[in-house]
Design a protein around this ligand. Structure first.
Ligand code: G3H
Ligand code: ZN
Length: 287
């Protein structure tokens, strides 16, 4: 069943589709393990750098393999893609979603190029879910201090959605990428106002969720159809890998085990935080 329908379902309930980045197959194994244990659908993704490292086709084949093996709802997204040429690689590989991130540019340029992406994507697939971005989400806790001036402008939302035709909108409302401590502060007043400006069939994406404290994530899941984690899993993977390589074994399939386990545990925990556990059967029945 289509990703757009699933996102539409999640946009209406107190739960979000969990979105996890990966840049190694061991991470993907841990992510899939965590979603199976909690019986949650998932959205997995690679940024441009992650996809260039893993390979677009290989990532797609790996996700297809898990989908078939477990008959599971797993979608593949291209996260933070920044040019028409990189989006082309995504479309050729057959991903389920693509995030075109032109938030560093002017609004006019952002709209102009995002529109082109939407048109190009439609020539490849009518079901692909396209995400655009408004406002600068930023990176790291230092920049978080100066984030408010980069928040999404409420007045841009309707115009952007109407003119670009994207399905999902990433917004800058207080989270930041790469935060190893949970010290973000989401602006829920702004979020409520943004939500009122959404078009039918469109929904919001939360980026930088690793730095968002749990009490805020519990509130955020009502507003966002999908919530993105990467740093959390990178930290878990590295912790497990350090444990693994401190053993005397030189066998990768042994020293990667603790890394996969750590990712799996973190994924289980985040899925429960987003209240997406036990949704796999519901999704299969509903859609
Ligand atoms: O695009 C990826 C996500 O927004 C990850 O954010 O660094 O907080 O895990 P994160
Ligand atoms: Zn992001």
């Amino acid at each position: 069943m289509g990703l757009k329908k699933v996102l539409n379902y999640y946009s209406k309930i107190d739960s979000s589709l969990p979105h996890f980045n990966f840049s190694s197959f061991e991470q993907l194994e841990g992510i899939v393990g965590g979603c199976l244990k909690t019986r949650s659908p998932i959205f997995v993704a690679l940024s441009e750098s992650e996809a260039n490292f893993v390979g677009y086709d290989l990532a797609k084949k790996a996700v297809d393999y898990y989908r078939r093996k477990y008959n599971w709802t797993i979608y593949l997204n291209a996260d933070h893609h920044k040019s028409l040429s990189s989006v082309k690689k995504v479309l050729e590989a057959g991903f389920d979603g693509v995030h075109i991130d032109l938030s560093e540019h002017s609004l006019d340029y952002n709209i102009k190029l995002t529109k082109k992406v939407v048109a190009m994507a439609k020539t490849y697939s009518s079901s692909i879910s396209i995400e655009g971005e408004l406002g600068k989400i930023g990176e790291g806790s230092y920049q978080r201090q100066n984030l408010s001036k980069n928040y999404t402008e409420i007045s841009d939302v309707f115009k952007y959605l109407q003119q670009t035709g994207v399905d999902r909108l990433a917004v800058a409302v207080g989270s930041s990428h790469g935060m190893e401590k949970k010290i973000a502060k989401l602006d829920f007043d702004l979020l409520k106002k943004i939500q009122l400006r959404l078009l039918p069939g469109t929904s919001l994406t939360l980026h930088g969720a690793s730095g968002v404290p749990d009490e805020q994530l519990k509130l955020a899941r009502k507003y966002f159809s999908n919530i993105h984690f990467n740093t959390d899993l990178r930290l878990a993977f590295k912790k497990g890998l350090i444990k693994g390589i401190s053993q005397s074994t030189i066998k990768p399939y042994q020293y990667f085990e603790p890394a996969i386990d750590e990712v799996e545990k973190r994924v289980e925990d985040r899925i429960k935080m987003l209240n997406s556990n036990n949704k796999e059967e519901i999704i299969k029945e509903l859609l």
